[in-house]
Design a binder for this molecule. Structure first.
Ligand code: GTP
Ligand code: SPV
Ligand code: MN
Length: 593
């Protein structure tokens, strides 16, 4: 194989700066993976779990201050500040490189620098992109081996001169004050230093497959989205595919591998999981939208995962899985809040401290055994519902796009946009309550357009424009819907059972796509007639469906002010169509009786 001179030169330069003792190229072999695992076990970076009950499974604990993405330390470094937009933290490339270099300098002394060539998307697909991550963390290497296609075959695909994203990661001293996650879209480069956590350091994921890829997608005419993709086979045998954007910890993984309710399964409904976090979507020669999942694994939220909510995930994570920040039980298995069965009588919590279920903090609140953002990393190939098209080079055709968030009020269970531009407005005006997946005040509602606020690598005004243009290029653009599984009653209880039962809502969506069902026209879009949502066998109180589908005019009118405040941040750059949609909605609300 002819050497890739640019790649070798770049590895050299990074090594000169970071000063590792050795450089090791990751080849993707089982032998190398085993050796690295042994080494991580020896240093305590990994803890071996009960190999009889959880074969190939390990536990990792992060530093206490390093348990979620740190959005306030994440920057887009473009020459012009306005190209990063009000949606991003910005630094000039010069300043970014300088500040990070000061932290990287000599930070790998006494450590090994691993070189991970990886492909986002099937190796060799024209849809895929190649990256190379340099890292001083074995945990990162082992995670990347699950999350991406990594190793020598990727180098072969890259050849002597192929394009790749330069991804440099170093743990440095894991100090929150010396942590930076920097993106240089104009150089196709990512520098991440001072963290050892998930989305901060598995650079193929949020950094490449969303921030850098969204920028490339804007230039090349495709979409990189924070979306799950799933196929639903209806009783007629036809499989339809949906892509859905929900913010972090708002249900993508769960929806992507939902188990149909018993009665629907008996009728012949089946679900095929394509992806649980990221979708790359292109318009193919048939002028329809096709999606691939660029990842090959899932980095899923552990708490709340159990045999009832997500049996497919439970099967997938019973072997070859890396657990991060969950509770360790005395028998060498793991547990988290709302896992199956009763809480264990004792264990070691995610901090590495002895734990019992009755432990309370200073305010009298129970101390959780697992971190609220504890995660599992598992190969998608182990998901029982995995799609047979996962490795297909151009993926699956998308019939519908869903946007959704966590809203205790306001947003109904489901509504359909009138058309593509209105759908873009619906996506652009999404909002959701903040979760543990990001550092910051939990529960606070923030605007999160298309669930991409933390992940759009350029000015979101241009992103909306890009979405609008994509619509015009398709013969039959996917229909766009908004869903909300999280509406609550005044007592604070979820009105909708969620999880597998969400298929009842998806079924209405598919029926709309096929023109099989009428709907109520409301100011915000088409809302189901209560009788068209199949609630057979659900334990709902009389009137609950009506509450779930209500469009409260006063709340929506109040929301309009918050939306226009958000839009104003983008100034002149916001597409006029967004304001036109906004005014049209305003008028429809005024006319509402
Ligand atoms: P990221 O990996 O951070 O992008 O999260 P995600 O969007 O994949 O979210 P995930 O499916 O892991 O769900 C996050 C949390 O929401 C878990 O605690 C779930 O138990 C809970 N959840 C998921 N789906 C539903 C639902 O339909 N209803 C309710 N009430 N909770 C849900
Ligand atoms: C998210 O926060 O949306 C995740 C987890 O999927 S992380 O990879 O840490 O970003
Ligand atoms: Mn995510």
């Amino acid at each position: 194989m002819a050497p890739h001179e640019n790649l070798e030169q770049w590895v050299d330069e990074c090594a000169k700066m970071c000063r590792p003792d050795r450089i090791v190229w990751i080849d993707g072999s089982e032998e190398q993976k085993r050796a690295l695992t042994s080494e991580a076990l020896a240093t305590g970076e990994l803890i071996e779990l009960n190999q009889e009950q959880l074969p190939g499974c390990y536990l990792h604990r992060t530093a206490l201050n390093d348990v979620a993405r740190t959005e306030h330390l994440t920057f887009i470094c473009t020459r012009l500040k306005d190209d990063a937009g009000p949606n991003n933290n910005w630094m000039s490339p010069e300043q970014g490189y300088r500040k990070a270099r000061a932290i990287f300098d000599g930070s790998m002394r006494g450590r090994v620098m691993y070189v991970i060539p990886f492909s986002m998307g099937p190796v060799g697909s024209p849809f895929s992109k190649i990256g190379v991550e340099l890292t001083d963390s074995i945990y990162v290497v082992l995670n990347m081996l699950i999350m991406t296609r990594a190793g020598t075959e990727v180098l072969e695909q890259l050849g002597a001169a192929g394009e790749f994203t330069k991804c440099l990661h170093g743990k440095a001293d894991l100090d929150l004050n010396r942590r930076l996650i920097l993106h240089f879209p104009e150089d196709n480069t990512i520098w991440s230093v001072g963290s050892g956590y998930g989305g901060n350091v598995l650079l193929g994921k949020k950094c490449l497959a969303l921030r850098i890829a969204s920028y490339l997608g804007m230039q090349e005419g495709w979409l990189a989205e924070h979306m799950l993709v799933l196929g639903i086979e209806r009783p007629d045998g036809r499989i339809m595919y949906l892509a859905a954007a929900f913010p972090s910890a708002c249900g993508k993984t769960n929806l992507a591998m939902l188990r149909p309710p018993e009665a629907m399964r008996a009728k012949g409904y089946r679900v095929f999981t394509v992806g649980d976090d990221i979708a790359w979507m292109r318009i193919d020669t048939d002028r329809r939208l096709w999606a691939i999942n660029p990842e090959s694994g899932m980095f899923g939220v552990a708490p709340g995962t159990n045999a009832k909510t997500n049996p497919n995930a439970m099967t997938a994570i019973s072997r070859n899985t890396i657990y991060t920040n969950v509770l360790l039980k005395p028998d060498g298995t793991v547990w988290w809040e709302d896992d199956d069965g009763d809480p264990p009588a004792k264990g070691i919590d995610w901090r590495g401290e002895p734990w019992t279920p009755d432990r309370k903090d200073d305010t009298g609140e129970p101390i959780p055994g697992a971190n609220a953002n504890s995660r599992y990393t598992a190969p998608l190939s182990q998901v029982p519902s995995i799609s047979f098209r996962l490795e297909h080079h151009h993926g699956v055709p998308i019939d519908a796009i869903l946007f959704g968030g966590r809203r205790a009020s306001l947003a109904p269970l489901v509504f359909e946009a009138f058309n593509w531009p209105h759908g873009v407005y619906v996506g652009a005006t999404m909002a959701s309550e903040r979760t543990a997946a990001q550092y910051g005040a939990q529960g606070e509602v923030r605007r999160d357009p298309m669930a991409m606020l933390p992940f759009c690598g350029y000015n979101m005004a241009d992103y909306f424009e890009h979405w609008l243009r994509m619509g015009v290029r398709m013969v039959k653009p996917p229909r766009i819907f908004h869903v909300n599984w999280f509406r609550k009653d005044p007592e604070g209880r979820f009105l909708w059972p969620g999880y597998g039962e969400n298929l009842r809502v998806l079924d209405w969506i598919l029926a709309r796509c096929k023109g099989e069902v009428e709907a109520e026209r409301t100011p915000i879009g088409f809302v189901p007639k209560p009788e068209d949502i199949n609630t057979e066998g659900l334990d709902l109180a009389p009137g609950d469906v009506e509450k779930l589908l209500a469009v409260p005019r006063d709340e929506w009118t109040a929301e309009m002010g918050r939306i226009s405040e958000f839009f104003k941040k983008f100034g002149e750059r916001l597409p006029a169509e967004m304001w036109a949609q906004h005014q049209a909605l305003q008028r429809r609300l005024e006319l509402m009786s």
